[in-house]
Design a binder for this molecule. Sequence first.
Ligand code: GLU
Length: 483
Amino acid sequence: MIPAPGSSDVRVRFAPSPTGMFHVGGGRSALFNWAVAKHQGGTFVLRIEDTDAARNKPEWTDGILSALAALGMHADDPTFEGPYFQSANVDKHREATGRLLDAGRAYYCDCTRDDVAARTGSQQSGYDGHCRDRGLTYESGRALRFRTPDEGETQVVDLIRGNPVFPNASIEDFIVARGDGSPVFLLANVVDDLDEGITHVIRGEEHLSNTPKQQLLWEALGATPPVWAHLPVIVNEKRQKLSKRRDKVALEDYLAEGYLPDALVNYLMLLGWAPGNDEEILPFDELVERFRVEDVNSASAFFDVKKLLAFNGEYIRAMSVEDFVSAVDPWLRAPHALWRPEQFDPAAFAAVAPLAQSRVALLADITDNVDFLFLDEPVRDERSWAKAMKPGAPELLADARAALADLGDWSAEPLKETVLVVGEKHGLKLGKAQAPVRVAVTGRTIGLPLFESLEVLGRERTLARVDAALARLAQDPPQAPAQ
Ligand code: GLU
């Protein structure tokens, strides 16, 4: 069991390999570890497992650090220790293999995969122990294998999966150092955990099969194994394991689309765990207070992008208008935007910001909602045009134009009243009457509330756009639908 809150001897770690974009699953593992460290007053160790020189790149390490920081795990936080680099600990890994050898817990082996297959009759079988007692000494090309016990069983204490038991006879003599003498991941990972005083290993389920082997290594190296917790696999809507080939998994992509870090953190915390009381949207401190790794579910966790989007909308709506304005600022400035930087009018944006805030679910959606304010001409969206500009639209627009030109008070209420009256004259309810006006002025059938938008856009630009739409309709009148 994890010690009670207040004791500070809990040391957890997040140990990513810098081999690609930072994955949302990595974010979930990091956050669960972080939550345990925070909840217990313990320490969160970051270890970069960078021993696979062929696949590692320094930019992936930078990506890990910036992703963690984006999710609120900052290297200067007192809970945070590291980053340590696995590659810097290679001497200790080698020393550990030497100790295993000296203690008779490991032996050299010169079998090839084909040799083993020829003896066992299967390419898939584990190692058959052929070299166990041959007394081979080191020569280049000979791997070092750990001698697993023949009898007994290894019980893993796993806070999520019950305590699975593995008969030792079923655990093959696995390799701890390759033919060139370099220690393998399984061993390096254990030596580093041991060295860093890790008390709880909380990681993805894909490592569960390594765990009995690693626990044997802990014991063989004279240490008490940690408590384990294997987090459930994350799946897409087809119940397939989330994969970078199939699914959008890079945290960076979510941030670039305008998912808020707080919403992502909240959502990732719910992948396999629930805070209880049917509550889901909670501040991180509250999640930390309630988080217990023992309560994580072992069943696979569905990464529901729609739900994440809904969370994001909630988080956007909960922001102060001021924070919202600064959060969307990068989207309102070129190069994200369709308009030139000098066309952006902060005062006009400020006037519609609260309306926009109540309807966007993604920060990136802001541009479609407000582009009519900054572009010289509204966007040309043919589908919107065809939908709104039906027979009768030219007459309605012409009447609306005349009434708007005469309107004394150019503000939302009188604007609405004007379009309402014009619509009535054409036998149309307000919703139908405003559609051609909306498309003439904003280019789209959907967007911010129309009359507030017209108020901010101003009379001159509104009328000019209605005129332009009328000119287009005169040239290309709407066709009655075929009977
Ligand atoms: N470096 C391993 C990975 O990226 C993590 C191993 C562990 O957490 O023990 O999957």
